[in-house]
Ligand binder design. Sequence first.
Ligand code: EPZ
Length: 420
Amino acid sequence: MDSFLIKGGTPLHGEVQISGAKNAVLPIMAATLLTSEPCVIHGVPDLSDVKFMGQILGWLGAKVSVEGGTVRIHARKIKGDGDYDLVRKMRGSVCIMGPLLGRLKNTRVSLPGGCVIGARPINLHLKGFAALGAKIRIEKGYVKASARRLVGAAMFLGGRAGSTVLGTANVVMAAVLAEGVTVIESAACEPEVVDLINFLNAMGAKISGAGSPTLTITGVKQLHGAEHEVIPDRIEAATYAIAAAATNGEVLIKGARVDHLHAVLDKLREAGVVVERKGANLLVRRNGRLKSSDVTTLPYAGFPTDVQAQMMALMTQAPGISIITERIFESRFMHVSELARLGAEVEIEGPSAIVKGGKPLSGAEVMASDLRASAALVIAGLAAKGTTQVNRVYHIDRGYENIDGKLRGLGARIQRIEET
Ligand code: EPZ
């Protein structure tokens, strides 16, 4: 397993290009299962999760080819069984259920299971499928959904933490070929869901309300192929903005969608970070000392849970107390103990982490545990004095395209140690 060796203390300077959004491209790749015609997706990031989704689609019978940032997928004939290993390994692949149910009226995938950040149930996905008329059976670690017919229905998809991103994506993809009209209340409003809906409408679906909590889907007989450019990754953009602030540097973030980042930019400004729009780009730098700030994660358009760990790394550099409250996942503080190894003072009180910031961090060996926690450890290592080794960086390769190369392009002293 590879590691990163980071020599901290160098302010980041220069320009970084944001890649396509991982959490948009995964459901969009799954959506190509809904048509027997070829689809082309541009702006696809080179990530292990994307490669894995391509393998899963290939396993289901689709022809998948990748050249540069373009993925061509032709699901002319497919089967409904998601192999236990494949779906089990990557939770994001649960979003093949909706299109398989929509097109074949039958699907069987392994229950995705939990991960380090929480139990990750799919009860709301299954509630939506059942509302459309599917029969749901859970046996031997698999979940099966089948229906003679899928009929549009009204449903409420809100759960314990508000809306569900992949739950909304899955149910929408099951509803686009159903007979009649489906209305989803408490739908997810994330930009990645909007991007999926735009792709589905380009395929001939009839979906309105994208970006709002109420989606209306009028079923159609079939969908045709389409070509699509994926939106830029707002979480990657937020991660580089925070890295610039944490190292007291100045970075031009190119290709981000500022309209997807309001909550993050508002919080960064409150923390004393200067964020200026330069056309379609963002110039981020620190203006003197950071200020402690409180953060609570919420469904979009609130502060994204996927930026919580990175924000915590920044707040360790802000003198004073910052309270970071995680409202989306039940155990998304794995990075706290690793940040403590770098000298950070953070105490967990239920859903909140109390950060006593302002003390300089010093390098140490740390362990990545999940995708965004790894990003937080890299940011902390860049800000720390001395050398930090981040182990198990395969976590980070799932969601950040060439992060060490992009950081070196900004002057960071970071190298990848490939485990022999
Ligand atoms: C998506 O996961 C993202 N993943 C996550 O990004 C992101 O953190 C999350 O949305 C929230 O924004 C992808 O898009 C591939 P949810 P998803 O369903 O859809 C509960 C990253 O780092 N819930 O919106 O699986 C759930 O337990 C990853 O890129 C139910 O209770 O998340 C959680 O507490 C991590 N029942 C909350 O809802 C359900 O049926 C939100 O989960 C579904 C979810």
